[in-house]
Ligand binder design. Structure first.
Ligand code: IPE
Ligand code: IPE
Ligand code: MG
Length: 246
């Protein structure tokens, strides 16, 4: 947060763009409350932020963008808000998937497809995946009804169900049973709204990601904020447990 909040694409080293950026899109409720609006208006306003971030990611050449849209803990919220989020995400997919498709974006989803997620929404997700499955420019993964712990539990369940011997289970075995085994680990995780926590996002995958936190509330987030986060990432030295060097 000491670094400037915004940057231009020209400020970035295009040779060192992170392959995978993950975002916790947080602060919609506070953004709305501060303007005397309903919390759900904040979620609606978050759509523009998301699509500007997608544009920015495309401009910067980021290959994987993953966004946290609904957590396994968000069911605790008031019924009206949960209902709004289900409908809103469904309508967002219907309204925006063609545009993403035209931009060469492949859409994927990670999270539990349990009974609480409306069937219609699951259908829209499947349609979006199918429509965009051959796109190559960028993969946009939406984490929906996603929890990092649930993902690890689901992986372990599959591994046990396959009858794998305990001494054959390695980190690779777990990684291969995550929701999207093709998804590379995020290089950079950005969280908006000034909260310094992970909130059960990509627990396994974030092991060595660089974390950037910004005070900007998600509905105010624009590509310039994404570029600033990438710039901060480029100033960091990743060591992966080694001793580093020049
Ligand atoms: C993030 O914004 C969106 C979701 C969790 C669905 P919040 O709704 O958490 O906004 P704040 O944190 O209450 O401001
Ligand atoms: C994380 O934000 C989940 C999403 C952005 C979807 P929360 O607002 O749910 O996280 P906490 O409750 O502040 O940790
Ligand atoms: Mg929040």
């Amino acid at each position: 947060m000491s670094a400037p909040d915004t940057a231009r694409l020209a400020d970035l080293d295009l040779e060192r763009i992170p392959t995978h950026v993950a975002c916790v899109m947080d602060g919609n409720g506070r953004w709305a409350t501060r303007q005397g609006l309903k919390r759900t208006d904040g979620h609606a306003a978050g759509e523009e932020a998301l699509f500007d971030a997608v544009e920015g990611a495309l401009e910067a050449g980021i290959k994987w963008l993953t966004v946290y849209a609904f957590s396994t803990e968000n069911w605790k919220r008031p019924t009206d808000e949960v209902r709004f989020l289900m409908k809103f995400n469904e309508s967002l997919l219907v309204r925006r998937r063609d545009e993403l498709h035209e931009r060469g974006v492949r859409m994927r989803f990670v999270g539990r497809r349990d009974w609480r997620v409306p069937k219609r929404l699951l259908r829209r997700m499947d349609e979006s995946i199918e429509l965009t499955e051959n796109n190559k420019v960028m993969t946009l993964t939406i984490a929906f009804n996603y929890g990092g712990r649930a993902e690890i539990v689901d992986a372990v369940r599959e591994i046990v169900a396959e009858g794998t011997a305990a001494n054959k289970i390695t980190e690779k075995t777990i990684a291969k049973h995550l929701y999207d085994p093709e998804m590379p680990e995020p290089d950079l995780m950005v969280r908006t709204s000034g909260e310094f926590r992970i909130s059960n996002f990509l627990l396994w995958e974030l092991a060595y990601s660089e974390l950037v936190f910004t005070d900007v509330l998600w509905p105010d987030f624009r590509r310039e904020h994404l570029f600033a986060a990438v710039q901060e990432f480029q100033d960091r030295e990743r060591r992966f447990g080694d001793i580093g060097g020049d």
